[in-house]
Design a protein around this ligand. Structure first.
Ligand code: IMP
Length: 199
């Protein structure tokens, strides 16, 4: 069986990360927008899982191909879990990653290290002819006082991986693809695909 899946995303940073995570499983991943313009799928769910499912279902309905939807966010304890589900829209629809980072750092100004704890959460939805499944990955860390490093995307320059005391942007893609929330969720998904779908 063709080991190919389609990710419902237009985010090139995420697509590349997921291509790298799936490569050791010999699963190829493409953006669904390469074969069909399914339009923008609005993230109107009330949880990461609902949003991920909305995307995967839209992809499968239009193409009949094995479809993956993903939703992720950064939860900051001091902000009671914000921006969370709204991480992509934090600071307004048109805010850049730099704008979002500045806003977060402003809200955490003067907050000591022990209260700067945060986590990245990633939920993947898989929809195929055999049904649907959800996989969740979490990565705990804390927020830096200023951006550091130039790798990755989004909030990576301020997310410190404990133990290493460096941000994801400093640690680089190989490290991130081993320990990130996205790696944890997509590795479970890849194992499921190999075990239950591609046989
Ligand atoms: P969405 O999953 O497309 O709704 O986007 C989630 C938001 O969280 C985006 O603004 C991302 O920048 C941010 N985000 C999700 N995962 C990561 C990550 O691995 N690194 C940095 N930012 C992330």
């Amino acid at each position: 069986m063709r080991r190919e899946v389609y990710l419902v995303t237009q985010n090139k940073g995420k697509l590349q990360e997921i291509k790298n995570i799936f490569a050791p499983f010999s699963i190829s991943v493409k953006s669904i927008y390469e074969i069909c313009d399914i339009g923008k799928v609005e993230e109107k769910g009330e949880s990461y899982a609902e949003n991920a499912l909305l995307k995967a279902k839209a992809g499968f309905a239009k193409t009949g191909e094995i479809s993956l939807g993903e939703d992720s966010g950064l939860e900051v304890d001091y902000l009671h879990g914000a921006p969370g589900l709204y991480s992509a829209r934090f600071g307004g629809e048109n805010a850049s990653s730099e704008d979002k980072i500045s806003l977060l750092l402003q809200l955490l100004q003067g907050v000591p290290r022990e209260k700067r704890t945060a986590r990245f959460v990633c939920v993947v939805a898989l929809v195929w002819s055999g049904g649907e499944e959800i996989f969740t990955g979490v990565c705990e860390g804390y927020l830096a006082e200023e951006p550091r490093g130039d790798g990755g995307f989004g909030y990576d320059p301020i997310f410190i991986f404990p133990g290493e005391d460096k941000t994801f942007a400093q640690l680089g893609s190989e490290f991130k693809n081993r320990y990130s929330h996205r790696s944890r969720a997509f590795c479970q998904c890849a194992e499921f695909l190999v075990r239950e779908v591609f046989h």
